[in-house]
Design a protein around this ligand. Structure first.
Ligand code: MG
Length: 255
């Protein structure tokens, strides 16, 4: 589904503290729990963050998931088991503690078929390409001036192979299927231990807007990290450090 954008001004209110036995929490990783790094592999979670996430998951009775653009394997490497429920590649992959092998939402054949073209584009424009199996991500953080050329090249490859183009911050992704982070949130909300709780989605990127809209549709809300103006999120936090402080305060309970 597509997000509904609302203009709520540049500053949003701080979100209320989480209700331990009433809320279901969906967290993005990069730019939300972790500071964005120059290279996607140059990211790691601190011992403090990992223990915070473990404690949070216990307090939420397991109703805490990561929904990320990274692969499940990659997110798992970073999280070191702190959270067992993960949707990867924007919902194209799933892993839960019950079925702990990675499951795919789509046939990844068209992504495979597009590899040669995507690698050729990456090599021509000197881009970093990330092969996620369910998608191919072209990063241009090191050459933002190439944005238009990268997008045009990606659109061409997507059209030739029946793929969708997903735009992020300094990254464009070629992906099979139509599912979004919002669909991933809704799929989790249909299952225990998430069902019947208030859905809260936290993220910083445009792809998180789908999750904000789904959370709101289900009676919950979104929390935008950063100060982007147009967002379906009702609340906001400045940066990953503020997210960690909010989560910690929720664990500690009202002062
Ligand atoms: Mg992010």
């Amino acid at each position: 589904m597509r997000p509904t954008f609302m203009t709520t001004g540049s500053s949003r209110h701080h979100p209320p503290l989480l209700q331990p036995h009433g809320d279901a929490l969906f967290l993005d990783l990069d730019g939300t729990l972790l500071e964005i790094a120059d290279h996607p592999s140059a990211v790691s979670a601190s011992v403090e963050l990992l223990s915070l996430l473990r404690e949070l998951s216990i307090q939420l009775d397991g109703a805490c998931a990561v929904i990320t653009g990274r692969t499940v394997a990659d997110a798992d490497d970073i999280l070191k088991g702190a959270l067992g429920t993960i949707a990867g590649v924007h919902g194209a992959e799933f892993k839960t503690p019950v079925a702990s092998t990675v499951q795919w939402s789509n046939d990844n054949g068209p992504v495979w078929a597009a590899r040669a073209d995507a690698y050729a584009l990456a090599s021509r424009l000197q881009l970093l390409i990330e092969d996620k199996r369910a998608s191919l991500a072209l990063h241009y953080r090191h050459s933002p001036e190439l944005a238009a050329e990268v997008h045009a090249g990606a659109e061409e490859i997507a059209a030739a192979h029946g793929l969708r183009v997903m735009r992020g911050q300094m990254v464009v992704e070629l992906i099979a299927g139509e599912q979004t982070k919002g669909d991933a949130l809704e799929a989790f909300m249909r299952q225990a231990p998430f069902s019947g709780r208030r859905a809260i989605a936290v993220g910083d990127d445009v792809t998180d807007e789908d999750a904000f809209a789904s959370a709101a549709k289900l009676g919950g809300f979104g929390v935008l990290v950063g100060n982007r103006r147009d967002s379906a999120a009702a609340f906001g936090l400045d940066d990953p450090a503020s997210v960690a402080a909010w989560l910690q305060a929720s664990i500690n309970g009202p002062a």
